[in-house]
Ligand binder design. Structure first.
Ligand SMILES: Cc1cc2nc3c(=O)[nH]c(=O)nc-3n(C[C@H](O)[C@H](O)[C@H](O)COP(=O)(O)OP(=O)(O)OC[C@H]3O[C@@H](n4cnc5c(N)ncnc54)[C@H](O)[C@@H]3O)c2cc1C
Length: 221
């Protein structure tokens, strides 16, 4: 059994990441990685020339839909309300992309598959209750991410959505000696390579912090 213990450290790097939000459909989890994805930039390429659907109505969803439209034959965009949450500029881009079809007042009810891969999506109109199936090979969920920062609440400064705040150009947080790297402090890029880059920055920041502390204690003693 896991035993609770306290570990002390002279410096800490927080890299607890951010978790994609899912719709909560059992079929969504069944086909996660087999046609269902929460990252269009990462997985869009696998659906080159195919039909896909994306759910979401914010800026990220709009950006991901236009990204997918460059690769895929057709992109169905499911918007739960009768309007977007995204900025006007992003909505304009979506509505002016010929191979994106926006379906308002729609919700994904079930991801359809052949046991191996996604083959379609059952959607319903939340105003009329009407249901229909659309044929797609990929389904992208773009309804947001939740940074894994609950345990730092009240200790480390965060923005209104819970991402840790760092001093721009560094990985320093508001607490001396505590650094943050990766998706936990980056709601914008959220890529492995940017996470690794900021991880390297955090390691250097922590090393320099320790070296400066050591130097200070040598001078004082
Ligand atoms: C489906 C998918 C495909 C992707 N494909 C690509 C791709 O092709 N290319 C690319 O560049 N990026 C891709 N990404 C994004 C990439 O995975 C992330 O940007 C990257 O993993 C972020 O690294 P991280 O170390 O910040 O966080 P994570 O990799 O999320 O690691 C965080 C770790 O912290 C742990 N943790 C969380 N809370 C606690 C806690 N309280 N205590 C202890 N441990 C905790 C978690 O369990 C996890 O192990 C993809 C993401 C997804 C979801």
């Amino acid at each position: 059994m896991y035993k609770r213990q306290t570990i002390t450290a002279d410096t800490v790097i927080i890299s607890t990441g951010a978790t994609a939000k899912w719709l909560g459909l059992p079929s969504e989890q069944k086909y996660n990685g087999f046609g269902v994805s929460a990252c269009a930039v990462c997985d869009g390429f696998f659906f080159k020339g195919q039909d896909v659907a994306i759910v979401g109505a914010g800026d990220t969803a709009a950006e991901e839909a236009t990204y997918l439209a460059k690769l895929c034959k057709k992109v169905y965009m499911l918007v739960r309300r009768d309007e977007f949450r995204a900025s006007k500029a992003m909505v304009h881009r979506v509505l002016n992309t010929p191979n994106i079809e926006v379906i308002y007042n729609s919700e994904a009810k079930e991801v359809l598959g052949n046991g191996k891969n996604v083959t379609g999506l059952k959607i319903s109109n939340n105003k009329t209750g009407e249901e229909k199936d659309i044929e797609v090979e990929g389904f992208f969920v773009a309804i947001g991410h939740k940074p894994n920062t609950d345990i730092f609440k009240g200790w480390i400064d965060m923005d209104e959505t819970g991402y840790l705040k760092t001093i721009p150009g560094t990985t320093k947080t508001n607490v001396e000696g505590v650094f943050a790297a990766g998706d936990v402090q980056d709601h914008y890029y959220r890529q492995a390579v940017t996470a690794a880059g900021s991880g390297c920055m955090a390691a250097l920041d922590a090393e320099r912090y320790l070296a400066a502390k050591e130097h200070h204690s040598e001078v004082v003693s």
